[in-house]
Design a binder for this molecule. Sequence first.
Ligand code: TEU
Ligand code: CA
Length: 557
Amino acid sequence: MAQQWWKESVVYQIYPRSFNDGNGDGIGDIKGITEKLDYLKELGIDVVWLSPVYQSPNDDNGYDISDYRNIMDEFGTMEDWNEMLDEMHNRGIRLVMDLVVNHSSDEHTWFSEARKSKDNPYRDYYIWREGKGDQPPNNWGSFFGGSAWQYDEESEEYFLHLFSKKQPDLNWENEKLREEVYDLMKFWLDKGVDGFRMDVINLISKTPGLPDADVTADSPYQWGGEYFVNGPKFIDYMNEMNEKVLKKFDAMTVGEMPMATPEDGKRYTNEDTGIVNMLFQFEHMDVTSGPGGKWDQQPWKLTDLKRIISKWQTELHGTGWNSLYMENHDQPRSVSVFGDDQEYRVTSAKMLAAWLHFLQGTPYIYQGQELGMTNVYFNSIEQYEDIETLNMYKEEVIEKGETPEKVLEAIHKKGRDNARTPMQWTDEENAGFTTGNPWLKVNDNYHEINARKALSNEDSTFYFYKKLIRLRKELPVMIHGDYQLHLEEDENLYVYTRSYNGRSLLLAANFSKETCEMRLPHTLNGGELLVHNYQDVGHHLQNESIMRPYEVKAYLL
Ligand code: TEU
Ligand code: CA
């Protein structure tokens, strides 16, 4: 496969609202990011993916954009942004911006024009339909609860919003709208950005006629994914975008694609005929979801995680490319879900880090993951800010009469604010994130978990990540090697090997609190120890060994 800079990169995701507040108003901002670039340089990452910083009324923290070509006032100015980009590039760090074009904000001028009347020139930039009597045009539910349709009194039709009602879906069938999107992409690429993370990009094409979804849930609103996930013109639109914009730039693209299967991944990331360089799939994030979906969290099985990851690893090998992630701004903290956020917090954070970085694909680190930051357990709904969480709480507690305790328990496990509490920089007030009043409360554990402390301890998770990032630069097998799973049925141990040009490496991880015996095939022994998270580990791999709680070790064979 071809060498590409984004294959050899490690990406760091910044959620700007929660990263670092430069002016004391309690909200992270662009100057705050620029102040911390030396920290990122020290970690060794190559690329920053910056969640949206465009003008937005913040119904969904920037994922509802009202002006694609200007910076949100709370985050600073375009001059601040220009300076940030220069300072990144000076340090050899690339910048990937978030592209949110399945929907805009209802406060975008396109939408305020569109809703004026049925014959407004911008009307067709959005998806409008008449209701069925006093019912919405179809039975689709929104990702954030309730109907996916909102009635507009002024112009007497419904508009589609797969997310909040302040996030109307854009109508990609309209060629002028598509040209607007391509123009704004060019605007940012001309300013020097190095690529895009594309928000829910596989939802942009809706099946004509917008048919009713099958009734599968006991609710007036149903999952209509069949009619908008990887829709009929999705690939055509993406080919057009590549043709008209992306092929002129050396830009990296990663598409966020709910419901994508490994077969989709293989097709969409194909080196010659694909539409994006890599994509974010959700299958491994969903191993903890029960039949009731994301709020119905269940104990998870390592064999399920193995089955999913192994399928992606082998399916895409040689023709496509994986993205590797365990956290982002929508997901709970990985150490709280897949590790142990108490006794073995540091040990399990390192285990997860090594397990992820030795896989095939481009790793993504979410801010604070390198510190082993944990979920937050607020005890009242008042302390939460996320629209998805608040809508769900209202629906469950106020409308359906569920107990607050039970709903809070689900929020503790899966709420998006778990990832959005401010970055923990120091053990000073508000974790050094702000001198003001933080927009979302800091996690109480910042005295124990913070960057300053991590930087002063050579055995910290921070330096463990740093070492993994460096190893990816030194060992081509980490980038290009194939993938083979061992001990497939084991519910505690995850063992895989990678091979490339006569070099092999082995990673063995204990995903449990138990001490386990590990018996490997006879061919797997010897070699040289690369990373480990316990002190006394043999320098050569043994066929039979003991794996302590959350132990990880990797060998170059
Ligand atoms: O997320 C899309 C998505 O499918 C989910 O992760 C979603 O956030 C939620 O968890 C559904 O239950 C993207 C962004 O990452 C997210 O922050 C935005 O809220 C969403 O799109 C809308 O732009
Ligand atoms: Ca600020």
